[in-house]
Structure formats: C-alpha cells, structure tokens
Design a protein around this ligand. Structure first.
Ligand SMILES: [Zn+2]
Length: 280
C-alpha cells in the first residue's frame, strides 16, 4: 500500500467546542514521510506533530502540546484522516482548537472525498500488533490483539435509558467508516454541564454540535441519526486517538467502557511493545 495525501487544499471554519473561539483550518497536501503536522499560523507556523509524544491532556477531548503551544480537540479530524488513510498532511490553524462543526467527522470526510485522495510514490509503514497488549483501570479496559487488518470492537455501558449497553464490531475501511461511524456525534450529559463550564470547557457547545442527554431522555433527539450514535462516536474518538501512533496499524482493538485517557495509554504501550514498523 502506498502513502496518501489529499489532492487539493481544503478550508474549514467554525467554533471550538471547549474554547468557544472561532478558527480557520486549512488542510494542505504534504510530501511522503511528512506525517500529519499541525501548524499554528497565528504563531509563525509553529509545528506540532500529531504524535503520541505530543499528547498533553485527555480530559473530555484529546489535546496536543509542544513547548507550551496547544492544539485542542484534535480527535475528530485525526479520526477522519486515519480512517481515510491520509498519511501526510499539513493542518494550518489560526487558533488553539479545531472547530467542532456538527460534532461528528462527516464534514471532514465529505470534503476530503470531494477533492480526492492522492496516492504517493512511497510505501506506507505499519505497526503490526504481534501479541496481546492491554490497558486496564477498574472495570474498564482496552486491548490490542494480532489481526491481519484493522478491526475495532467496542462496548459501552452507560446507566442511562437512552444509551444503556451498546456494542459495535467491524473491520474499518473507508466505506464502513463513512457509512457507519463518521456521522456519529459528540454527546454529553446535562448534569455535567455546570462542572465542565466551571473548568473552562464546552464554551462553544450547543444543541447543534452535541447530543445532549437529560436524566432520562435526549433533549435534542432530532439531531440523532440513530440510537447507535453513542457507541459509534466512541469508535470515532478511538480511531482519532489511535492515529497518534503516527503510522498505520494492523490489529484488532477491543474496548470496554474506555475513553481518551485509556486510548492514549494503549497507544504508548503499542509504541513500547511493538517498536519497529514494517513497510507494506
Ligand atoms: Zn468525540
């Protein structure tokens, strides 16, 4: 398989979920072996590689930081890029947070498919999971097992009547990602909103970019495409976090009640235990 980038520049504008700031993002084709690199155009193009080495905090979103410079809420854009096998790209951004758009990764996927994907003249590299790797915390866990492909099985269990126990399992390719995963939206609970706001989060959150749940129901049910939204959005986030490996991966990933923190811990374990990449 060859490395890939996009055929033409793409621009997105919108509000950041947590900062509430408006930003403009430009996706720009990059040469082979570049990887995915954020550039803060408001800070003289300061570069932050989308890599596990720059993961900063994973509190309600995944943020990157290098030398005190942040890029927040990177997971939905990175998820779309990883699922579409975009290996090389510059992401120019004039603020510290990627726009939330409609709370899913569908707008990113649609624009990328519209401009097209360019196959480059260099082979892609893969991490191959060759033994079981597990991260556990209380009753939650996530693990990777050997598999000749890319597969995710994810189970969630929320004590909420609109969510409950949900399970999704599938090999992930461009088609399954686009049709099954990309449209699923960020979700949050009304009871957490006060706490999140006190912590300076979700300043840009609204009924258009997140599914909001009250104690017993979904407040903006009209925004929900399907009740499987919740487990599918966890898969979407997981793919974004996995992308921080910095290379493609072959393995079957199985998660139970996991989240950003455990996802990124798993990425670090894979780097430690799998080590070298293969070209394929
Ligand atoms: Zn998310």
């Amino acid at each position: 398989m060859f490395q890939r980038t996009i055929k033409k520049n793409i621009e997105f504008k919108g509000i950041g979920l947590h900062t509430g700031c408006n930003s403009t993002v430009n996706l720009i084709p990059a040469p082979p072996d570049t990887g995915i690199i954020f550039r803060r155009t408001d800070l003289n193009g300061f570069c932050i590689e989308a890599s596990w080495e720059n993961v900063e905090k994973v509190f309600y979103a995944t943020s990157l930081m290098k030398k005190g410079v942040y890029i927040s809420t990177v997971e939905h854009l990175l998820s779309a890029l990883y699922a579409l096998k975009i290996d090389n790209l510059y992401i120019d951004i004039d603020e510290m947070e990627v726009p939330i758009l409609d709370g899913s990764s569908l707008p990113f996927v649609e624009k990328i498919m519209e401009v097209g994907i360019l196959r480059q003249k260099k082979k892609a590299e893969y991490f191959c999971v060759n033994s079981e790797i597990e991260v556990k915390e209380d009753d939650k866990w996530v693990k990777a097992i050997p598999f000749e492909g890319f597969k995710i099985s994810y189970e969630i269990d929320f004590p909420h009547p609109a969510i409950g126990n949900q399970f999704f399992s599938s090999e992930i390719d461009e088609k399954t990602y686009r049709e099954e995963i990309s449209w699923s939206k960020t979700f949050g609970f009304l009871k957490d909103i006060e706490f999140l706001k006190k912590n300076g989060l979700i300043r840009g959150g609204n009924m258009e970019n997140a599914i909001v749940l009250s104690e017993n129901s979904i407040i903006n049910r009209e925004k929900l495409r399907d009740s499987s939204n919740f487990v599918k959005h966890k898969v979407l986030d997981f793919i974004g976090d996995l992308s921080l490996l910095g290379k493609r991966v072959k393995g079957h990933f199985i998660a139970y009640k996991s989240g950003h923190k455990m996802h990124t811990l798993l990425v670090k374990e894979i780097i430690k235990k799998v080590g070298e990449k293969i070209v394929g």
